[in-house]
Design a protein around this ligand. Structure first.
Ligand code: F6R
Ligand code: ZN
Length: 192
């Protein structure tokens, strides 16, 4: 039987809303799904009691051809903070440590945090038009410091997989918090 993904295929991405059409899968992550990630645990408890708001959502479309397994993902990080820490994606390494990924920011502003398990760390300011190649071995998290939804498109192999454990255990080297009304990049208190 022929595989429809062996033929070229286009999908539509809306730069304004981040909608992807068609879209096979939508995942919403709420504060409760990220409870181990924000450093201010009492603020996490309060946010959950006050309605457990959505922090971000992911729209995925898989292109599983007979020879490869590309995925196009759209992530929309809603503006907001837990305590004074800005909303972010959980962040992860790839389970297959030879797998890279492309990230393309299309709306909003913030930072891309990148860290190797050896501890090497980078913070890239992120804004529409920034396209980042994430090489194998670099964990990645996006932080939304703006008042608008931050939208980005990712492209990766499904078989790359996600490894969240190192981030759940230690977080990233820095946290991005609001200080005097401005974003500030500070050492992660969980690493102290
Ligand atoms: C896939 C990838 C993105 C993220 C998405 C949500 O490798 O990096 O599609 O999965 O931005 O972030 P996490 O997975 O960290 O919750
Ligand atoms: Zn990834």
């Amino acid at each position: 039987m022929s595989n429809p993904f062996d033929d070229p295929m286009s999908v539509q991405f809306d730069f304004e809303t981040g909608a992807l059409s068609p879209c096979q899968k939508k995942t919403v992550r709420r504060v409760s799904d990220l409870s181990m990630m924000f450093y201010d645990s009492p603020a996490v408890e309060r946010a959950i009691l006050e309605g457990d708001p959505a922090v971000y959502e992911i729209l995925d479309e898989e292109f599983i051809s007979s020879q490869t397994d590309m995925v196009l993902g759209v992530t929309r990080i809603f503006p907001g903070k837990v305590g004074n820490e800005y909303h972010f994606t959980k962040g992860h390494f790839h389970a297959q440590d030879n797998q890279a990924e492309m990230y393309f920011c299309t709306r909003g502003k913030g930072y891309l945090l990148l860290e190797r398990e050896s501890g090497e760390f980078q913070v890239q300011p992120w804004f529409p038009g920034a396209i980042t190649h994430i090489p194998p071995g670099w964990g990645h998290r996006v932080v939304n410091t703006g008042r608008d939804t931050l939208i980005f498109v990712s492209c990766f192999h499904l078989s790359a997989g996600h490894k969240y454990e190192p981030v759940v255990e230690r977080g990233f080297a820095s946290v991005v918090v609001e200080q005097d009304g401005q974003p500030a990049i500070l050492p992660n208190p969980r690493r102290a």
